[in-house]
Design a binder for this molecule. Structure first.
Ligand SMILES: Nc1ncnc2c1ncn2[C@@H]1O[C@H](COP(=O)(O)OP(=O)(O)OP(=O)(O)O)[C@@H](O)[C@H]1O
Ligand SMILES: [Mg+2]
Length: 254
């Protein structure tokens, strides 16, 4: 999956800065971030709470404009969101008043598909929600809801998947399961992935590279390659060594 060294990055973030201004003060949040993600690469962003991760992702996905610097997708400057990339936000974006199937079909609006129901049901089944197509979100468990979020993003076959702590608030077992499912899906349908997580183990399980972000105003503080072949054994000495090194960057002794 790792395709570093390709002539042009899929995502190219150059010296991006962002501050939020209120009446009196300006709050600097993103402080000159440079990062590149290769086509098909999976990059995890990890950093302390409130450091500016969501803001950075919104800048990259085009929902916010940088004060300085620029974001290029496929070499073209990104100024607004596009259907090329789909963001799974921290709050989630499933509509509570639509069924699972209707939520998935909603994403296909404007696409010239003849069998939207069939496609929606296919993706529901890919994430393990077969039999729950006509359920409403409040009838699902927390883990099922996260699966529905993932399916809703995958259904439009985005080139880039932006995920903001997609599997937080899941218990360890469910988190592990859904991560394995994501890896299986990514092996079949190639996407470029940028994922925010606070879980070092999750990052080591999934990513090709881990970027550690500094406290606010955030910059890229350290970069770690994750050179292990899938399926990964998180208990291996190499994985544990990497875990300790990442945690150390985050100011935690392990
Ligand atoms: N629209 C906004 N207007 C003003 N301040 C904002 C806005 N969005 C974010 N902030 C501020 O920017 C800082 C970074 O917020 P952000 O949501 O990017 O952090 P984060 O790293 O994603 O945190 P967490 O890990 O808790 O999700 C915070 O201090 C927040 O209050
Ligand atoms: Mg956030």
């Amino acid at each position: 999956m790792h395709t570093n060294g390709s002539a042009r990055a899929k995502i190219d973030v150059r010296n991006v800065r962002k501050a939020f201004a209120s009446e009196k003060v300006s709050l600097p949040v993103v402080d000159g971030v440079d990062l590149q993600v290769a086509d098909g690469e999976f990059v995890a962003l990890i950093g302390p709470s409130g450091c500016g991760k969501t803001t950075l992702m919104n800048l990259i996905a085009g929902f916010l404009q940088p004060d300085d610097g620029a974001v290029f997708i496929d070499g073209i400057e990104r100024r607004k969101p596009s259907s090329q990339g789909i963001l799974i936000s921290q709050q989630g974006s499933i509509f509570p008043w639509l069924t699972v199937q209707e939520n998935l079909m909603f994403g296909l609006n404007g696409h010239a598909h003849t069998d939207k129901t069939g496609i929606a049901d296919h993706y529901a089944s890919i994430v393990g929600l077969k039999g729950f197509e006509t359920s409403y979100p409040h009838q699902l468990s927390g883990g099922m809801l996260k699966r529905a979020e993932l399916a809703r993003a995958l259904v439009v076959k985005p080139e880039i998947l932006y995920m903001d702590e997609p599997f937080s608030a899941l218990d360890a077992l469910m988190g592990l399961r859904i991560r394995n499912e994501l890896l299986r899906i990514l092996a079949e349908e190639r996407h470029t992935v940028l994922m925010i997580t606070h879980d070092v183990e999750e990052a080591i399980h999934l990513a090709d590279r881990i970027l550690v972000l500094s406290p606010r105003p955030t910059r890229v503080q350290a970069v770690f390659d994750v050179p292990f072949a899938h399926p990964r054994r998180l208990t291996s000495p190499e994985a544990q060594e990497l875990r300790v090194a990442v945690l150390r960057q985050l100011g935690v002794d392990a």
